[in-house]
Write a protein that binds this ligand. Structure first.
Ligand SMILES: [Zn+2]
Length: 457
């Protein structure tokens, strides 16, 4: 059999392994028609990529199975990070792949913090070490690769900052035009600077993120010219799910609890999808035995109090959210009142027996400093919401029985907090609350420094 024929057969086999389906009514659509519509044509629901049962990878033979060891599959150059799992990602031709590469971020064990807060086993998955400094790169490498494959030349997104930085970078690398809509005055300076440097065409909208997203969607829906790359785009979710694969490989097992910041709801649903695929496909060596395979983590989503439609829905036991028209939090990455992936996010929370809660801005900034000063991890404010939550429930002053219950359930478990973005993107929020005693002025001689050291000791 000649090589081209066998390659075509492989691609055909891969195509048959995926469907583009409605998350709500389960209708299916042709994957490569994506971009001529963004929501289910029958019910208007959000779309997702599903891996069919026939793709148990067993037909590929042992040497082509994904695994943690030498049998790792990938014929791509960058057979690391996200594309290590290329068999589980619906991009057909590797020539379309745009990669930096991304993923393969560290899972840091936080012993100081665990001890201080009274938890046995606490890890932070530091997604701020992706190429543009946030988890968005996992989704963008797949989203922009698929845009290439579908033949789009112009890409658009609405953004609270990280999405625009990431899309701008991947568009630059792919030679595609990038248009970003950002809410005027509401995104961190470092993130705008990134989009400017990567050469995006930037529009500041006199409105909030939700209004930016509505505009971007309307423009994209007008025809097949511009592809929408917000997290409603299911290809992005396919990239982001790889964080669950990495966490499991890094730990050697599936963690008990995964805690994430929740804004638009894309990432919590992505990781949950990843953990379900680990169960479904048993492709990670260390979790192939049945007992391990039946494990799945509880997904815990934390929001900022001023933008918490998902936490409020969960607390009232609702199956849908009430939109917040004027969300406000200084953790700008999660300042979203109308999360487009609310159905998937609530689905992940309920299905995993997890829950959702919220924390105040004050608690977020305290937690940001605590994580930096105790573990050396400087994350952006939104990324500190899981730590703020853990700090709240472990507080000895906490008299609320619900908090005590939650603490009791978590304290001896393995907890992974996902830190979605790098603190360097948003230095202003740290400097704004600076304790003036932390930076002192001395004259340029050792004597005055010595004197100052002695005084502060
Ligand atoms: Zn539908």
């Amino acid at each position: 059999m000649d090589t081209r024929k066998s390659e075509n057969q492989e691609i055909e086999q891969k195509r048959r392994s995926f469907t583009l389906s409605c998350f709500i009514c389960n209708s299916s659509f042709e994957i490569d028609d994506y971009g001529s519509f963004y929501y289910c044509k029958k019910c208007g629901g959000v779309l997702e990529i599903r891996i069919t049962k026939s793709n148990d990878l067993s037909s590929l033979g042992d040497e082509r199975r994904l695994s943690t060891g030498a049998k790792t599959l990938s014929r791509l150059h960058s057979s690391r990070g996200v594309w290590k799992y290329s068999d589980l990602i619906p991009v057909w031709h590797e020539t379309n792949v745009v990669s930096m590469p991304e993923g393969e971020t560290p899972l840091v064990e936080c012993r100081n913090l665990a001890r201080a807060l009274g938890f046995k086993s606490l890890y932070v998955k530091f997604e701020g070490l992706n190429p543009t400094g946030s988890f968005k790169d996992r989704g963008m490498t797949v989203g922009v690769s698929k845009a290439n494959e579908l033949g789009f030349k112009k890409l658009i997104c609405a953004s609270t900052g990280n999405t625009s930085a990431s899309l701008a970078a991947y568009s630059a690398k792919a030679n595609l035009k990038c248009i970003v809509l950002i809410p005027k005055g509401k995104i961190a300076l470092g993130k705008v600077a990134q989009a400017v440097a990567y050469g995006a065409e930037i529009f500041q909208v006199e409105g909030n993120f939700d209004e930016c997203l509505r505009m971007a969607t309307e423009i994209a829906e007008q025809g097949r010219e511009i592809l929408l790359l917000n997290s409603v785009n299911p290809f992005r979710i396919e990239g982001q799910k790889t964080a669950a694969f990495e966490i499991t490989e890094q730990l050697g097992f599936v963690p008990d609890n995964v805690i994430l910041p929740v804004g638009n709801g894309g990432n919590i649903s992505s990781l949950w999808k990843g953990f379900k695929e680990i169960n479904q496909l048993a492709f990670i060596e260390t979790v192939k035995d049945i007992e391990q395979r039946e494990r799945s983590p509880r997904m815990i989503g934390i929001q900022a109090e001023g933008a918490s439609p998902i936490a409020r829905a969960f607390r009232s036991g609702a199956k849908s959210i009430e939109i917040e028209k004027e969300p406000h939090t200084d953790a700008s990455a999660i300042n979203i009142g109308s999360p487009v992936n609310w159905a998937k996010a609530l689905g992940a929370i309920y299905e995993s027996h997890g829950y959702s809660d919220s924390v105040s801005d004050y608690e977020i900034f305290e937690a940001q400093r605590l994580l930096a000063s105790s573990e050396g991890l400087f994350v952006e404010p939104a990324s500190a919401t899981p730590i703020a939550y853990l700090r709240n429930i472990s507080s000895r002053n906490s008299q609320e029985s619900q908090s005590r219950d939650q603490y009791e359930r978590l304290k001896d478990s393995t907890i992974v907090c996902v830190a979605t973005g790098n603190g360097l993107k948003d230095p202003n929020t740290v400097m704004r609350d600076l304790d003036q005693n932390q930076i002192k002025v001395v004259s340029a001689d050792a004597k005055s420094l010595e004197k100052s050291l002695f005084v502060s000791a």
